[in-house]
Design a protein around this ligand. Structure first.
Ligand SMILES: Cc1ncc(COP(=O)(O)O)c(C=O)c1O
Length: 368
């Protein structure tokens, strides 16, 4: 028995890996996936300018990245028209969510999220001893009204929501989000996760207003920019809030090559336009494949499509497991009633050829 004295909070946490990656599934099955369309990565990848810049700078890998990330923050500031002091960059949204939990949560503090939404917020909130209060989805959307009502009763320190949402791919219009934000007490910080923001149609992302002291918005280079493996995201908020991150963030967390890549990526907005077109085409094909199999889809504002398998979680899980056996990596929502669905990331033509071929077999196997 170890005599090490872990923090009490840590001793209470389960020692399980919460995120089972495709690599883990490949190791346990001994077979690689032929189609990796489950983690909402951008299979179309980054711009060729990004790859050239990585190549040009690879010899500087021995250097730490700029801890102030000045060039990258300037580029983001130019793109979005916000001040450089209103931007913090981190190792993906995932890490930034962890930093916010570190900044705000004392053990026992209440936070509010939606039941079945992107799980990393819960992971970090639990890791800091937060008491999570979850609101059910309504019609496959985050339930803004119930979130606000619950916030007015529970006085949470943090309220998390993703718009567009993962795992359902749905979104609220900017006016709905603005109205929601204006109805929340200034004592509660709203964490608005816009990881899929670039994919959303006009009218989904509210205008940026950094004078609000209780709103922080998260964006990432992992999705539209195609750089999930390099771990870069950023948050935008009031400068007083952004300054607090200096107390706890991992200043050397975003490496030199990640910074170089993100800078080149942000300068190539033409590539984003191109990517959005490919994603739309892929999404339309996933809709068709679902329809060909008699399945309903949930209209998506993201780079993935959530397909309603028509029954309960057990049935959808069988469909998912069959697809995985046929070497198609997809995922599914974790809680009912969302778990009647599987979630398919936009893929290349050959990814979707395999999906189209495998789905009817998976449905037949699940029906047996
Ligand atoms: C809603 C949402 N937020 C954040 C992330 C992760 O972003 P990052 O790669 O920047 O950590 C994801 C990834 O799937 C996501 O779906």
């Amino acid at each position: 028995m170890s005599t090490l004295r872990f923090a009490r909070l840590i001793e209470e946490l389960p020692a399980t890996v919460p995120f089972v990656g495709p690599e883990n599934l490949e190791r346990s099955s001994g077979r690689t996936f032929l189609s990796r369309i489950g983690a909402n990565e951008n299979v179309f990848g980054p711009s060729s300018n990004v790859l050239e810049e990585i190549d040009r700078f690879k010899g500087t890998s021995w250097q730490y990245g700029d801890p102030e990330l000045l060039e990258l923050r300037s580029a983001i500031s130019d793109l979005l028209g916000v001040d450089i002091d209103e931007i913090v960059v981190g190792e993906g949204i995932d890490a930034l969510l962890g930093y916010v939990c570190h900044l705000f949560i004392d053990p026992g503090d209440t936070v509010i999220t939606s039941d079945g939404s992107y799980p990393t917020f819960n992971f970090h909130a639990k890791g800091h001893g937060g008491q999570i209060h979850s609101i059910s989805y309504v019609s496959d959307h985050v339930d803004l009204k119930s979130l606000a009502e619950s916030a007015s009763i529970k006085d949470p320190k943090l309220i998390y929501l993703a718009n567009p949402d993962n795992p359902m791919g749905t979104s609220w219009d900017s006016e709905d989000i603005d109205e929601f934000v204006s109805g929340i007490s200034e004592r509660s910080l709203i964490l608005l996760d816009e990881a899929y923001g670039e994919f959303a149609g006009d009218g989904v992302l509210p205008a940026i207003n950094t004078s609000l002291t209780n709103l922080i918005r998260f964006r990432t280079f992992s999705k539209a920019y195609g750089l999930a493996g390099l771990r870069i995201g950023y948050a935008i908020g009031h400068r007083d809030l952004i300054r607090e991150f200096e107390k706890i963030r991992n200043h050397f967390g975003v490496g030199k090559l990640s910074q170089v890549a993100a800078l080149a990526a942000i300068k190539d907005q033409g590539h984003i336009t191109h990517t959005l077109r490919l994603v739309e085409e892929s999404k339309a094909r996933i809709y068709r494949i679902a329809a060909d199999n008699g399945l309903r889809v949930i209209q998506s504002d993201t780079n993935f499509v959530t397909i309603d398998c028509g029954y309960d979680g057990d049935y959808a899980r069988q469909v998912l497991e069959s697809l995985i056996r046929m070497r198609v990596f997809v995922r599914m929502p974790a809680v009912a009633p969302l778990d009647r669905c599987i979630r398919v990331t936009c893929g290349t033509n050959s990814d979707l050829d395999l999906f189209a071929q495998s789905l009817p077999i998976a449905l037949a196997e699940a029906g047996e």
